[in-house]
Each structure stands twice: as structure tokens, then as C-alpha cells.
Write a protein that binds this ligand. Structure first.
Ligand code: PLP
Length: 416
């Protein structure tokens, strides 16, 4: 324990004692990642030491591995209304996004189509990919969002051009949970004969998805957000959509993505998808109720605001800004109280840049800095909710008491 940790530790004990609270451990960062579930782990285990065959091998153990991959593919496909042949296993959501976008760009450029449409609030797996393509000579239109983080589907229609190769709009936002009008956007793309990809990494398992009915051409998903392990994902590619091979080599994944299959992870993803995508409506109702209790409770703290739309949002997501508070300090102090939370996307929470998503919905830099994202699931107990509602106000008060920005705000002085 170094000096700073020791100091923080004493401080934590002191604060807990002072407010007469018993420390709990609450994991409220499921949008960052989730624990592998017992069912997923149990399904994976045999594939490490007993059923470890190479799925390309001719003997029984290899054939069984191939069979188990195909069973997993069926489960993933069924969970999102696709055909198994339309599912390709990847290593993560970022890979799926990269492949869908760069692959389509490469393919369509051959037809002279070098324009891509996306939104300003995409995950960096999409934004950094489109930025890369801009450097390769593609033109990209970034659709804005309103103050709730919602895209107007008509803006997509207006942005479509003769040379538009792809529209890629996320299903639900990872920071503020906003769910986009995916059906409308897909219909507009279909009308205009433009391919439509959606990054559904945060939506899968929380929102009912039927890719065929909804007219989605490509969809990215990731295992570690739904209780499978890290390092496994999938890309749905509608039959008829041509995507160049990602990895050249062996014949795996219909020659599209070579490399000996990660059978345990694939099997785990199949089980995770089956569980996550069953009873979505019932689970969502339970989680939404808990989430709303937390939102209502936290909004009683002065100078707070809810980021994102109250209704069109992921059941487990809440994102609240606290004026006069630094997000990093908030996270550190909540950690002392045993609460794991986030202040933006996991990859940006370590950086001092304010979240591009929060800036896009019109938040000022200093307010965007003081934001808290909690992403909860149905296992959060009522006692956990009570604990969050008791803890956050104490933490906010203490941080504001130390904040020069808050002091200036209270004196009515400019603090920008
Ligand atoms: N897209 C969204 C919306 C995400 O939230 C994430 C991860 O946070 C990703 C893509 C990247 O997924 P992965 O971590 O599996 O690469």
C-alpha cells in the first residue's frame, strides 16, 4: 500500500464510520464488461482439456468441435433473427465494426462509391475506423444528435448521395444508453439501396433484435458485454452482402476469417446469447424499475442532470452529470465505497478529454467532466439501490466541498 492509497483507505474508513454505513461491493459497470456466467463457463470447460480438438480435424474429436461451433452459430443467429450462415465469429465488437466498415468501403470503392454516413456519437471502434478511411480518400458525413442523443432518421435520408457506400449507426449508445430509430434508418437505407450496418454491442441482450424483420444488413456484437468471455464477438452479414475476407489462410468461417477457431469462446458466446436474448422484455421491466429509482433519487441532488433520453434508453443505463465535480474523483471515491462505475466509455475514462458523446449532446466541458455512468443488471438488489442512493449524495457533497469550481459557482462567479 503506497502513501496515497493508505491515505485514501483511512479516509474511506473515516467517511464510512462518519456516515454510519456498512461498505458493500456493487458492480455497476456492466456496459464496460460483465462476469462470465456459470452456464457459459460450464459450457466452455470441456473444450479446454477433454473436447479440445481442432475443428478442422477429420477424427471424432475434431468433428465434435465443428459440430459445437455450428450449434453456437445457430444459437447466435436465432437470438437476433438471422440464419446461421449469416453469422461470422470474430474476436470482439471492435473487429466486427472494423470489418463491416472497412470491408464495405473496399468493396464499394470498386463501384466508385466512397461516401460513408455515421453519427457523431459512435464508439471509437467506428469513429476511428471512419477517420482512417477519410485518410484513405473516403468522405464521411457525421450525423448530429439532439440534446438527448437521438438521431433524426430524416437527417440520414438527406445525407445519402449517389456515391454513398454505407450507413453505420449504433443501435444504442454505450455512454448515455440512447436507443436510435434503427427500423426507420434501415428502411431509409433500403429505399435508397444503401447498405446499413449497426454497432449493436450495447443493445444485444437488452433490446429485442430481429435483423431480418428490421432490414439490417450487418450487425456487430460482442461476447464480454453479455456474460461470455472477453475476446469473442460476431458479425452478422446478410446473405447477398459481399464482404472481402478479413484474414487470409485456412478455410475457417467460410474462408472469410482464417485461423483455428476459438472453440471454448465460441461455445460460450452461443450460450451467452441464448440466455441474454431470452425474456428480454421481462428482464428489461425489472431493470428499468431499479434504474428509474436510482435516477429519481440522484436527481434530487442539486445541480444534476440526466444525460440521454428517459424513455428511449437501455434499461440498465443511467448517466448523470454533477456540476462542480470531476468525474475521475467521483469514480475514485465511489470505488472507496465499493461501487464500480464509469464516467464515460471505459477506453476514455482514463483520459482527461471530456466524452465526445456528452459534448455532442451540448454539455459544456466542465459538466461533461463530472458525469457518472452506472450500468446495472437485474441482479442489483433493492439494498444495493438503497446503498447507491445513500452513497452518491455523500460523495457528491464531499467532492463539492473540496471543489474550487463549486465554490465559484455558489458565489455566482464565472468558472469557465
Ligand atoms: N461498440 C460499442 C458501442 C461498445 O460499447 C464497445 C465496447 O465498449 C465496442 C464497440 C467494442 O467492443 P469490444 O470491447 O468487444 O471490442
Amino acid at each position: 500500500m503506497n502513501a496515497v492509497t493508505a491515505l485514501l483507505w483511512h479516509r474511506e474508513i473515516y467517511i464510512l464510520k462518519e456516515v454510519n454505513m456498512e461498505r458493500r461491493f456493487i458492480y455497476a459497470d456492466n456496459a464496460a464488461t460483465t462476469a462470465v456466467s456459470d452456464e457459459v463457463l460450464a459450457a466452455m470447460m470441456p473444450h479446454f482439456q477433454t473436447a479440445f480438438g481442432n475443428a478442422s480435424s477429420i477424427y471424432e474429436m475434431g468433428r465434435n468441435a465443428q459440430r459445437d461451433i455450428e450449434i453456437a452459430r445457430e444459437k447466435v443467429a436465432k437470438a437476433i433473427g438471422a440464419d446461421p450462415i449469416e453469422i461470422i465469429f470474430t474476436s470482439c465488437g471492435s473487429e466486427s465494426d472494423n470489418w463491416a466498415i472497412k470491408g464495405t468501403a473496399e468493396q464499394m470503392a470498386k463501384k466508385g462509391k466512397k461516401h460513408i454516413i455515421t453519427s457523431v456519437i459512435e464508439h471509437h471502434a467506428v469513429l476511428h475506423t471512419t477517420e482512417y478511411l477519410e485518410k484513405q480518400g473516403f468522405e464521411v458525413t457525421y450525423i448530429p444528435v439532439d440534446d438527448k442523443g437521438l438521431i433524426n432518421a430524416e437527417d440520414v435520408r438527406k445525407a445519402i448521395r449517389e456515391d454513398t457506400a454505407l450507413v453505420t449507426i449504433m443501435y444504442a449508445n454505450n455512454e448515455i444508453g440512447t436507443i436510435q430509430p434503427i427500423d426507420e434508418i434501415a428502411a431509409i437505407c433500403k429505399e435508397n439501396k444503401v447498405l446499413f450496418h449497426t454497432d449493436a454491442v450495447q443493445a444485444v441482450g437488452h433490446v429485442e433484435i430481429d435483423v431480418h424483420k428490421q432490414g439490417i444488413d450487418m450487425l456487430s456484437l460482442s461476447g464480454h458485454k453479455i456474460h461470455a468471455q472477453k475476446g469473442i464477438g460476431a458479425l452478422y452479414v446478410r446473405k447477398g452482402v459481399v464482404l472481402p475476407n478479413l484474414i487470409h489462410g485456412g478455410g475457417q468461417e467460410r474462408r472469410k476469417r482464417a485461423g483455428t477457431e476459438n472453440v471454448p469462446a465460441i461455445v460460450g458466446l452461443g450460450v451467452a446469447m441464448e440466455i441474454a436474448c431470452s425474456n428480454i422484455a421481462e428482464k428489461a421491466a425489472v431493470v428499468t424499475e431499479k434504474r428509474n429509482r436510482i435516477i429519481d433519487g440522484l436527481l434530487t441532488i442539486p445541480y444534476t442532470r440526466l444525460n440521454g433520453d428517459r424513455e428511449k434508453r437501455l434499461p440498465g443505463n443511467l448517466n448523470i452529470s454533477f456540476e462542480g465535480i470531476e468525474g475521475e474523483s467521483l469514480l475514485l471515491m465511489l470505488d472507496m465505497f465499493g461501487i464500480c462505475a464509469s464516467s464515460g466509455s471505459a477506453c476514455t475514462s482514463g483520459s482527461l478529454d471530456p466524452s465526445h458523446v456528452l459534448l455532442s449532446i451540448g454539455l459544456k466541458h466542465e459538466i461533461a467532466h463530472g458525469s457518472l455512468r452506472l450500468s446495472i443488471e437485474e441482479n442489483l438488489t433493492d439494498e444495493d439501490v438503497d446503498y447507491i442512493l445513500e452513497t452518491v449524495p455523500v460523495v457528491a457533497e464531499r467532492l463539492r466541498a473540496m471543489s474550487p469550481v463549486w465554490e465559484k459557482m455558489m458565489k455566482g462567479e464565472s468558472y469557465e
